[in-house]
Ligand binder design. Structure first.
Ligand SMILES: [Fe+2]
Ligand SMILES: [Fe+2]
Length: 193
């Protein structure tokens, strides 16, 4: 059961520790997550909370992020450690446990995998991954298609998002994360066969 009485404290923390733009993004992701939760029979409060906190560590120093990563109980792909932009997801999942006392495994995993995804994601994990891509502040080319697919089904949204992520990473010559590839394969099998 989620204790809603802490939500305003979390918001205050985010407001004090994130840029205005990122704070707004966090609220938008929380709202998008609630929309997807409603549609998919998922606990709306958990979705709101995970969406709100997904980028909680985005603006602390990389040294602090690495310190948190060292305390992670979840899988850390070595490739992720080569990509500082990815640190905040792992760090955030540890941060909310230590500093906010959030022990809900699904919320922790949703924050942890919101950048790279993984196989066998719960509906909540998929929702946070996708809400981050379709939040009201997103305006990349293709965002409307992405929003439509997500409203059709989480699985279709995941396949589209992961294909996009893999193509764009390889085009830029960036490393691929093993968990992203595992996730991609899972949704290809689900959607195409
Ligand atoms: Fe993020
Ligand atoms: Fe985000």
């Amino acid at each position: 059961m989620i204790d809603k009485s802490n939500f305003s404290d979390y918001k205050k923390y985010l407001k004090d520790n994130l840029s205005q733009k990122r704070y707004k993004h966090s609220l938008n992701v929380a709202n998008a997550a609630v929309r997807l939760a409603k549609k998919n029979d998922v606990d709306e409060e958990k979705a709101y909370l995970a969406g709100l906190l997904h980028d909680v560590c985005k603006e602390i120093s990389k040294v602090e992020q690495l310190e948190l990563i060292r305390q992670s109980e979840l899988e850390v792909d070595q490739a992720e450690l080569t990509t500082p932009n990815m640190y905040h997801a792992i760090a955030g999942s540890v941060f909310v446990r230590i500093n906010f006392g959030i022990n809900d495994e699904e919320i922790i995993r949703a924050i942890r995998f919101h950048t790279v995804a993984t196989d066998k994601m719960s509906k909540l994990e998929q929702i946070i991954y996708l809400a981050d891509l379709i939040s009201a502040d997103r305006d990349y080319e293709g965002v409307d298609k992405m929003r439509r697919l997500c409203m059709k089904s989480l699985s279709k949204g995941m396949l589209e998002a992961l294909s996009f992520q893999i193509v764009s990473n390889t085009q830029k010559g960036n490393i691929l994360f093993e968990s992203t590839v595992r996730a991609y394969n899972e949704y290809v099998l689900k959607e195409r066969f």
